[in-house]
Design a protein around this ligand. Structure first.
Ligand SMILES: Nc1ncnc2c1ncn2[C@@H]1O[C@H](COP(=O)(O)OP(=O)(O)OP(=O)(O)O)[C@@H](O)[C@H]1O
Ligand SMILES: O=C(O)c1ccc[n+]([C@@H]2O[C@H](COP(=O)([O-])O)[C@@H](O)[C@H]2O)c1
Length: 213
């Protein structure tokens, strides 16, 4: 905010006036996920949505504990976050958002978005979800309130239905049938995951012997 002193022409009196130089409104995408591990499907949807909607940033936000999945299936959040950091490295549109991991416990999106909106009230958030997940929105914690503070962005995924009682912006992205469960399964069976995950993630999985059982 810039405050300047002006002298008005008619009265000659000195008045303080505030020339408020507003920060331009930030439009930020959030790709929340378990990222167990991150794969090319995640990178493609985040990049496509960010560019097609002209967003300032897309934040990859690994959860601490996925709300509706058996937490035992997800490896340590810090390992998942490190893989995400490696996966997004070099793309200036992308950043890592650690607030769910820092908060710990079950990562309900409503709690996270209230926290982010409180810290960044002028930012508009676009919450990106795979088309398969859109069908489950009615089951999300405090979904009616969440729908008022974020805009949902749905992206195509094989076998999804575009039906939801909540407003969703649909963005067309090339369909890529890769999932984290498929990657885990391939590692377990000693099959190649090359070109399915970024090379740095492949190296990390190998180095730390992840998903071998
Ligand atoms: N190939 C894909 N195409 C479109 N959306 C995807 C794809 N993979 C993941 N997503 C979406 O990205 C978000 C985060 O996904 P998540 O980290 O749970 O990975 P996942 O591949 O769905 O994992 P899992 O196979 O373990 O369920 C979710 O909204 C999910 O629907
Ligand atoms: O808040 C909820 O009730 C809720 C229920 C299911 C999923 N989510 C969020 O949706 C994102 C994708 O979830 P997942 O399980 O596919 O990794 C992730 O950020 C989850 O925290 C959130």
């Amino acid at each position: 905010m810039i405050t300047s002193t002006l002298t008005t022409k008619q009265t000659g009196t000195q008045v303080m006036t505030e020339m408020v130089t507003e920060m331009p409104k930030q439009r930020v995408g959030i790709l929340g996920g378990t990222f167990n591990p991150p794969h090319l499907g995640h990178l493609i949807i985040a990049d496509q949505v960010g560019k097609q909607l002209g967003l300032n940033k897309v934040l990859f936000m690994p959860n601490a504990q996925p709300p509706h999945i058996d937490p035992k299936l997800a490896i340590d959040p810090l390992l998942r976050a490190r893989m995400v950091r490696r996966a997004i490295f070099g793309n200036p549109l992308f950043d890592l958002e650690m607030s769910e991991i820092q908060r710990g416990g079950k990562s309900y999106t409503y709690d996270t978005m209230v926290d982010l909106k409180t810290r960044h009230p002028k930012t508009e958030y676009y919450f990106i979800i795979g088309g398969d997940e859109v069908a489950y929105l009615p089951k999300w914690h405090r979904i009616d309130e969440l729908a008022k503070i974020v805009t949902f962005v749905g992206v195509g995924r094989a076998g999804y239905k575009k039906q939801t009682p909540y407003p969703v912006i649909w963005v067309d992205v090339p369909t890529i049938d890769i999932s984290s469960s498929m990657i885990r399964d391939r590692v377990k069976r000693r099959q190649s995951i090359h070109y399915l995950v970024p090379e740095a993630v492949e190296a990390y999985i190998k180095e730390h012997q992840l998903y071998h059982e």
